[in-house]
Design a protein around this ligand. Structure first.
Ligand SMILES: [Zn+2]
Length: 564
């Protein structure tokens, strides 16, 4: 029998229209919600990927089944838009878990957020109308036969179903991380599929076996319970800037400020001598960027962090916005570096957002220097209160890429060993960070009449050969050692903040940093500080705790692991 060319042509048309519809509805929904800069849409890539998948589907399924597939894909996108418009983040596997655990709460919070949900609902309704229309139109037309025949067709059909289900047992058996964190530049429907498969393959089995379902896991019994913060507004719309500078891979042990032999932090030391800088040793919430930044932004620390991160209750940008601040996130790290992290910010609460250009990389590593942050700061208006998070690339490896050669403190010799070279490069990157922090603080203070309160910490520390280990992500106490700095303004009310900071013991947690920022934004701080519990919980590579954790405690000027 000759192929039916008319049907063939019509199928092509339907597939093209459907692909355009799926990709552009995702683009329009995210554009409409004002989130396109944080969740970029590589349209051509999305189109090709969707076209390929739809062609495959149509070649093995009848037209009716094909339309059901389209509806499912559209529904996946639609659920993601609801999530984006409410939380400013893609659905995470942990949110699916919470949805089932706290079903009622989710519904209730959904009701209170009715206004925010209007856009995705409208978008969804328009989509459904179009889908229905084309479905009805096509239903009256004869169904063309799929192009592949017989055994091939059923094998491909089985293969599609197999590949769709395959990630679930793969995640369960091998610990594969597909879907663990949504990628900001991915199609909404694909992110939905990823999160669901990770939830089914990892979170659900883990929660069932550890019975966290009933709020009582071994994790939380063994973990520290950091103080909670009161969200009562103490000061309405405080007239000050709150600046949070976030370092990268900056440990404590190579800072002159904390007793290192080389002059790596002359500027910070000079600020300290002028009574303009206070500092403490800090414990990071996790040992990897992807874990500790979401925790800092959501003001949480400890075994239940992923729950807090998913609900975004204490999101710093949200709290700042609610108390009259303009909010900004400025990073020199690239979209690529941040693809898993941006999703954990309450993006709908961000007024200004900029990250490093993906194209400015050398061998896949960002070549943007931290001084770029100062150029970006000039784009903000400094006459109204701002809460700004300046995010550095700091001292991330390869260390030699993190400072201009002219700024070197220690000359790296060709005859130096690999270890010495790396340590010298690392020290040089700190000297450059020292200069950038001081420049940024003094520039902002020169631009505004309002008091400027500045807090600095690093996302985690860095191992530089301790126990023959390098880098971070490893559950080693040194990877959790970070500096915590506070540069107070000269305003009378800053004496209160100075007092709070000076009341702290030698060590503070990352959660103290978040709470201190929230306090600077005008919220009351419950006086459970200084932290009495000197056993700190540090999360491994996974926000849900499934990638391990450790307890650390101060000993001398460093942290040591507490035997479990
Ligand atoms: Zn990091």
């Amino acid at each position: 029998m000759l192929p039916n060319y008319q049907n063939f042509r019509r199928d092509f048309l339907i597939i093209f229209v459907a692909a355009f519809f799926l990709v552009f509805s995702d683009f329009l929904a995210i554009l409409w919600m004002g989130l396109i800069s944080k969740f970029p849409r590589p349209l051509i890539q999305h189109l090709l990927q969707t076209l390929g998948f739809l062609f495959l589907l149509r070649s093995v399924f009848t037209r009716q089944i094909f339309f059901i597939w389209l509806l499912v894909l559209f529904f996946f996108s639609f659920l993601q838009w609801i999530c984006l418009s409410y939380y400013g983040s893609y659905l995470s596997p942990m949110m699916i878990f919470l949805f089932f655990r706290d079903f009622r709460e989710v519904i209730e919070s959904g009701n209170s957020a009715g206004a925010q949900l209007i856009k995705p609902f409208l978008m969804g309704a328009i989509g459904l109308i179009i889908w229905n229309y084309s479905y009805l139109r096509n239903k009256v037309l004869p169904d063309s036969h799929p192009w592949l025949k017989g055994k091939i067709q059923s094998s491909v059909r089985a293969l599609i179903l197999f590949s769709i289900l395959y990630p679930i047992p793969r995640t369960y058996l091998t610990g594969h991380t597909f879907g663990k964190q949504a990628k900001v530049q991915e199609l909404s429907s694909v992110n939905f599929y990823g999160a669901t498969s990770y939830f089914l393959g990892k979170i659900l089995p883990a929660k069932i076996s550890s019975s966290l379902w009933a709020h009582s896991s071994e994790l939380s019994q063994g973990g520290s319970h950091p103080p909670s913060v009161s969200l009562l507004v103490g000061e309405t719309h405080p007239q000050r800037h709150v600046i949070f500078i976030l370092g990268e891979s900056l440990g404590l042990r190579h800072l002159q400020l904390f007793g290192y032999d080389y002059e790596t932090t002359p500027e910070l030391l000079s600020l300290h001598k002028q009574n303009m800088l206070m500092f403490r040793r800090g414990v990071s919430g996790g040992v990897s960027t992807d874990v500790s930044i979401p925790m800092l932004i959501q003001a949480t620390h400890g075994p239940e962090a992923s729950t807090q991160v998913a609900t975004q209750e204490h999101c710093l940008f949200k709290l700042a916005k609610r108390n009259g601040f303009q909010t900004a996130f400025i990073s020199v790290q690239t979209q690529e570096n941040l693809q898993h992290i941006i999703n954990f910010f309450c993006n709908t609460e961000l007024d200004y957002f900029t990250v490093g250009d993906n194209s400015k990389t050398i061998h896949g590593e960002s070549a943007i220097l931290d001084e770029e942050l100062l150029n970006e700061a000039q784009k903000l208006s400094w006459d109204k209160p701002q809460f700004v998070l300046f995010h550095q690339r700091g001292s991330h490896s390869p260390y030699e890429m993190r400072y201009p050669p002219s700024e070197a403190l220690r000359t790296v010799e060709k005859t130096d060993s690999w270890v010495t070279q790396n340590i010298k490069h690392y020290d040089n990157s700190i000297k450059y960070t020292d200069k950038n922090i001081a420049k940024l603080i003094s520039w902002i203070r020169s631009q505004t009449k309002l008091p400027v309160e500045v807090v600095f910490t690093s996302d985690h520390g860095e191992l530089l050969g301790e126990d023959q280990q390098w880098g971070h992500v490893i559950l080693h106490p040194v990877a959790a050692e970070v500096p915590v700095l506070y540069s107070p303004s000269n305003a009378p009310e800053a004496f209160h903040f100075r007092e709070i900071f000076s009341q702290q013991g030698e060590w503070v947690s990352h959660q103290f940093v978040s709470h201190f920022l929230i306090h600077l934004m005008g919220y009351n701080l419950l006086s459970e500080y200084p932290e009495e519990n000197k056993n700190y919980f540090v999360m491994g590579a996974d926000l849900d705790g499934l990638g391990g954790f450790m307890h650390v405690t101060p000993q001398g000027h460093g942290l040591v692991r507490v035997k479990e």
